[in-house]
Design a protein around this ligand. Structure first.
Ligand code: C2E
Ligand code: CA
Ligand code: CA
Length: 971
């Protein structure tokens, strides 16, 4: 039977008395555990020597503690001596110094070698704080698998942080003291109670060696600890380490590891066995659960009575739950006489969790040499948690609830992340994300495959590097729009490695984190095949197969789009319907194939003359539609359409035959003539029909004002035609004077139009219209004929060898049959060619200078004189004059009108005259209105003059009379 006798040290004589009274020196096998709640080496040494001399067989193990337990009662700052005498158990002790061992494991092995033999039942060990207890215990276990290991680490009383352990022979502050109980038949029951629950995130250890963790999730462990537990926790190590251990999960098992210290390189030292790949979490104590378990275990232990109980209890537990710890010790004492101490960590190898070093634990071992006796359960196995720790419990609940919620969230997050990952990784669409600067932050395998890179190579690259040059602006625009929070969908051609150019539908989605956009996601769907089909279908549905032009459906859409744009930019838009006149005749006479060919040709002609921003469509048959978006000034449009109509009107050759096609045009404007496509088209159509009704080959504007403007021109055009037929024209003749003689040597024929309603219309008004409409040819011919005939008459009637000067318009001069026209006039009138002068303006020649020169030379060959009219207003410089085959030069009247002494015009006129002399060209000054001008011109040796000062243009009769008068005067 084992007997435990416990006493508190009260003095040396008291101790001597206790020994003597209890006859401790008589036991054959006796052990003393000394728990020093004070740090006093002298006193401890003195006690040891007293004990040794009093009880020579005594085996001692002891340590400094943070409080002691004697007969189930707690006290501080005391030294308690617990003597256990055995009948059948042999006890041995040893003390090992850490300095003698390369590691703690070796110390464990050494304990076994020194103390254990067959039948060793229990090793009780008290290590100092710098021993790696876990390794130490492993060392023991490696050498002896059966021995029960139990004990606690020496702790400090608080004043001194140092810890001591000792046996009967020596003492150390760095080492282990251990005792072995050798008795195979000892009855043993252990009790451990603790409760750790994981909290918060889990972390994976990625670098660890010899109890030092260098990396957790590739980060410095100290950073992590500081982040979660705070600076104070780190500063308070190793004490604080006991309160918040790390919970390690490995192979489905969970155990605690205590942070002992941190290293300057950011690593942390832990007590406990951690391996690379272990999953860690922080842990906290679940007090209610712990107490509940404790009461349950104690109750089942209390079914038997034991001879003695050693209890090694955590200082942290005492700190947090002193009241309950007292109760626990009291209950243990009811099972067997209980002594023990408060340690900094405890261990018991019979723990259901396996070999572990623990905190917040009560570890106890109940022993009996004889079989424990069954007994009635006494004591109250109920406990009400005191108010002062209620708040801790509330916090525990909060932590528990939060923790499980976080766990749930984490699981959801993991699930959603996995969902997302598979969406990302397994997607055949290309998916990527970029930061605010457009640099890749991720890309999925499809993306990498499409461009033939590894994902790693892409990260950090600008997304624009993967876009074709011409698309950069477009992609940028969508990127910025999506950064504003608007999802973007657009199509893009990308140059892929595997399949060359592919067509993608791109989607840009902003990535929003905490209400802030941090980048965008891009998703690209390869729609190359769909696009091909779509394009083909679109071509069929929206384009005219013959000409390739957009059809009515497509064009209506285009107009709609442009109306929107015009609305935004407050611009006008012109819609023109062009319908070929009498095209049916071509179709009927040549067949539809020929008709189609001719329409194609007409399409090309229109296309060639289309200015920028103009679109052409075909509304079926011979009906075309044109939309002008850039410049919708009426005048500009009028000119453009005119040039289109002109090119349409040019002869078309088909099968060696010549055809003439004209067009009727109707014009409507946005917004003047309608706000929507339907009304614009309808109105343009109405206008076109008006053109048709008026005989075709014309333009009609839908809007009334514009029509009026156009109408008056139109009206003029048709009345001009009538004027030719009637004729309503007649000629005036303005005399030409030879300056040095004052003689009239001829006249300039100037056309006049006597309109039946509007009266006399000046040539300045109708000549341009006649030129535009081409009517000038006929009018010009009429002038030539009339003037030549009149001049011949005057010559025949004895008015002298008068010359006649006739104005030739540009259009007329360019006609291939012009020279023929002149010949005919000369022939028909019988006028000798040298009496006919033709006045050409510079603009006539400048258009095609070589052709003009050849015509002029031909005219000169005939004997006709060539004169340049309005000289000085055109583009010509004096220098090019010498290359022109001319006989006369008429200085424009703008120079003559202002001709006064001391003006710059004098210099110009003088230069022209001098030049004329040099080139043997006769110079005529027109527009002479004063005597002063006349005198100056004479002085400058100008040859001829014309102007109101001499005579206005005169009607035939007036001219004849005037001439007769002057002749009679000069006679
Ligand atoms: P132009 O060839 O320069 O003809 C001279 C114009 O000057 C005439 O105007 C005439 O009346 C005007 N004029 C003559 N002396 C004076 C003067 O001292 N002071 C001022 N201020 N004006 C003077 P008109 O007859 O109205 O003719 C205008 C233009 O019409 C002509 O300018 C000519 O370019 C064109 N034109 C006239 N008749 C014909 C024609 O038969 N065929 C062609 N193609 N053009 C013609
Ligand atoms: Ca003239
Ligand atoms: Ca003139």
């Amino acid at each position: 039977m084992a007997v435990s006798l416990n006493c508190t040290f009260e003095g040396f004589s008291e101790l001597e008395d206790f020994i003597l009274k209890n006859e401790l020196q008589d036991y054959p096998s006796i052990m003393a555990q000394i728990f020093a709640g004070i740090y006093n080496t002298e006193k401890i040494n003195a006690i040891i020597s007293l004990l040794k001399s009093a009880i020579p067989k005594l085996v001692i193990i002891g340590c400094t503690t943070n409080g002691v337990i004697k007969d189930g009662k707690l006290s501080d700052n005391q030294i308690v001596l617990s003597f256990t005498a055995f009948e059948k158990t042999v006890i041995k002790s040893t003390l090992l110094h850490t300095k003698d061992f390369s590691n703690s494991r070796r110390m464990g092995k050494k304990v076994v070698h020194e103390l254990c033999e067959l039948g060793s039942k229990i090793v009780i060990a008290f290590p100092t704080k710098n021993v790696d207890i876990h390794s130490f215990l492993e060392g023991i276990k490696e050498e002896n698998q059966d021995v029960i290991m139990i004990g606690g680490a020496a702790d400090a009383s608080g004043i001194n942080n140092d810890t001591l352990v000792f046996n009967e022979n020596e003492m150390t502050n760095s080492g282990v003291v251990a005792a072995v109980l050798n008795n195979e038949d000892l009855f043993v029951k252990t009790y451990t109670n603790y409760q750790w629950r994981p909290i918060g995130k889990t972390f994976t250890v990625n670098k660890v060696k010899d109890g030092i963790i260098y990396g957790i999730e590739s980060k410095k462990p100290v950073q992590l600890i500081k982040k979660y537990l705070g600076e104070d926790f780190v500063k308070g190590l190793p004490k604080t380490g006991a309160e918040f251990p790390l919970l390690v999960k490995r192979n489905g098992r969970e155990f605690t590891v205590f942070i002992k210290d941190f290293l300057s390189n950011g690593a942390i030292q832990v007590a406990g066995n951690v391996k690379e790949g272990d999953v860690l979490s922080f842990a906290y104590v679940n007090i209610p659960k712990m107490i509940q378990d404790s009461l349950h275990d104690l109750k089942s232990l209390a079914k038997h009575s034991y001879e003695t109980v050693f209890a090694y209890c955590s200082s942290s537990r005492k700190k947090l739950l002193k009241d309950y710890t007292s109760k626990e010790m009291e209950l243990l004492n009811g099972i067997g006489k209980t002594t023990g101490f408060f340690s900094s960590s405890e261990f018991c190898s019979l723990d259901k969790e396996g070999l572990q070093v623990k905190e917040y634990t009560t570890t106890a071992i109940a022993l009996s040499e004889n079989e424990p006796v069954k007994k009635e359960i006494h004591g109250i196995y109920k406990y009400t948690i005191p108010e002062e720790i209620q708040s801790v419990i509330t916090l525990t609940h909060l932590i528990e609830a939060t923790s499980s919620e976080i766990k749930g969230l984490n699981q959801e997050l993991m699930a959603s992340e996995q969902n997302y990952k598979s969406l990302f990784n397994n997607n055949t669409d290309i998916i990527y994300s970029v930061d605010l600067k457009g640099r890749f932050t991720s890309a999925n395998p499809s993306f990498a495959a499409a461009f033939g890179y590894d994902v790693d190579e892409i990260i950090g690259d600008s997304a624009l590097n993967y876009v074709q040059k011409e698309d950069v602006l477009k992609v940028k625009r969508h990127f910025y729009n999506s950064l504003k929070g608007k999802e973007q969908i657009y199509e893009l051609e990308l140059l892929t490695k595997s399949e060359g150019k592919q067509h993608f539908q791109m989607k840009n989605i902003p990535i929003t984190v905490n209400n802030e956009i941090i980048g965008i996601y891009g998703i690209g769907k390869n729609i190359t095949d769909q696009k091909k089909i779509r394009d083909q279908m679109e071509q069929l549905a929206y384009y005219d197969s013959q000409t390739g032009l957009p059809n009515r459906v497509k064009f209506t859409e285009m107009i709609k789009e442009h109306i929107e744009r015009a609305k935004k930019k407050k611009r006008k838009l012109a819609v023109l319907i062009i319908d070929m006149d009498r095209f049916k005749i071509i179709n009927d006479s040549l067949g539809h194939y020929a008709g189609d060919q001719i329409l194609k040709e007409l399409t090309n002609r229109i296309k060639e003359r289309m200015p920028l921003g103009t679109y052409l469509g075909r509304f079926g048959g011979d009906k075309f539609i044109l939309m002008m978006t850039k410049n919708s000034e009426v005048e500009y449009i009028r000119k453009t359409i005119k040039s289109l109509i002109e090119s349409i009107r040019k002869p078309i050759f088909y099968n060696h035959q010549e055809f003439f096609v004209t067009a009727s045009v109707g014009v409507s404007f946005y917004p003047n003539d309608g706000y929507d496509v339907e009304s614009l088209l309808k109105n343009a159509d109405t206008a076109m029909n008006q053109s048709k009704n008026a005989g075709g080959n014309r333009i009609t504007y839908y809007s009334i004002e514009m029509n009026q403007e156009a109408l008056s021109r139109l009206e003029m055009e048709s009345s001009l035609r009538r004027a030719i037929m009637k004729p309503e024209f007649f000629l005036c003749y303005q005399p030409l004077m030879e300056l040095n003689t004052g003689k009239i040597y001829g006249s300039e024929a100037l056309i006049r139009w006597e309109h039946p309603v509007n009266g006399l219309i000046s040539p300045g008004e109708f000549i341009p219209v006649a030129e535009e409409t081409g009517l000038i040819d006929e009018i010009g011919e009429w002038v030539l004929q009339t003037a030549c005939k009149q001049n011949k008459k005057w010559q025949e009637s004895g008015l002298g060898n008068l010359i006649i000067s006739v104005n030739v318009s540009a259009h007329q001069f360019q006609q291939p049959q012009f020279v023929k026209q002149v010949k005919r006039a000369l022939h028909d009138s019988g006028l000798a060619p040298q009496y006919l002068h033709l006045e050409l303006t510079e603009s006539v020649m400048i258009r095609n200078i070589n052709y003009s020169i050849s015509v002029m030379q031909e005219l000169q060959k005939l004997g006709v004189k060539v004169s340049i009219d309005d000289f000085g207003t055109g583009y010509s410089s004096l220098s090019y004059l010498k290359n022109l085959p001319i006989d006369y030069l008429k200085i424009d009247r703008s120079f003559i009108n202002n001709l006064k002494v001391d003006t710059s015009d004098i210099a110009i006129v003088k230069a022209i005259i001098t030049m004329g002399h040099g080139l043997s060209v006769k110079v005529v000054a027109e527009g002479v209105e004063s005597k002063e001008q006349m005198d100056l011109l004479k002085e400058l040796k100008c040859h001829y003059a014309q102007g109101f000062y001499i005579n206005k243009p005169l009607r035939q009769k007036e001219f004849e009379e005037g001439l007769k008068n002057s002749m009679s005067q000069s006679l």
